[in-house]
Design a protein around this ligand. Structure first.
Ligand SMILES: Nc1ncnc2c1ncn2[C@@H]1O[C@H](COP(=O)(O)OP(=O)(O)OP(=O)(O)O)[C@@H](O)[C@H]1O
Length: 182
């Protein structure tokens, strides 16, 4: 099963991912992204947190980079260095649930990321929980949404507190069905 979380910026996608990771922490592998702010509370950049306990800057307003999204320079090298080998390790272990927050504009500058995302989503028996933007900013997003085992969940103010438990239930149901078949 491929669970795709979407919704408008700031609605609570990463919060959902973090709650799900807490609930199924022993079996999950991947990363999530959070913003960080300056002393006045203004957003300065974005940082990656891996399930292996590592962090890396994904983008910063002051970072000089040829890869830019809005006013942020993207740390593509650092992103690839920390995320590509991580996702390869996640993929090697057949039993891990893979979490990718997010498959967005910044991350999709990386061709290596696009390739590993394709490998992960092509793994038919794999449970994946990923966040995606509302708009198809890259062709791979349309492809992911059209996969037969993909489910898109749109986060709203009304449902955002209920979604983490629903996702955990979906994941548990999907893995027990897999065991029934084998
Ligand atoms: N269920 C919730 N209850 C209360 N506050 C929440 C909830 N979910 C998110 N928030 C708050 O809203 C803000 C944005 O949340 P979050 O970063 O999860 O959103 P996002 O959709 O991932 O944002 P982005 O699109 O920028 O990645 C945070 O300050 C977070 O604490």
């Amino acid at each position: 099963m491929k669970i795709l979380i979407t919704g408008r910026p700031g609605i609570g996608k990463t919060t959902v991912i973090k709650k799900v990771i807490q609930k199924i922490s022993d079996n999950v592998c991947g990363f999530y992204t959070e913003d960080y702010r300056d002393s006045k509370g203004k957003r300065k950049g974005f940082r990656i947190f891996t399930t292996e306990g590592k962090t890396e800057i994904l983008a910063d307003k002051e970072l000089v980079s040829k890869y830019r999204v809005g006013s942020y320079g993207v740390n593509l090298e650092g992103f690839e260095r920390s995320v590509i080998p991580l996702l390869e390790r996640c993929l090697e272990d057949k039993n891990r649930i893979i979490v990718i927050d997010e498959i967005g504009k910044m991350e999709l500058f990386s061709g290596k990321f696009v390739d590993i995302v394709k490998d992960i989503f092509e793994d038919e028996n794999r449970t994946v929980i990923a966040t995606i933007p509302l708009k198809d900013v890259h062709p791979v997003l349309r492809w992911i949404k059209d996969l037969p085992d993909s489910v898109v969940i749109n986060i709203s103010l009304k449902n955002r507190d209920l979604i983490p438990d629903r996702i955990v239930e979906m994941v548990q149901r999907s893995s027990s069905q897999r065991f029934d078949k084998s």
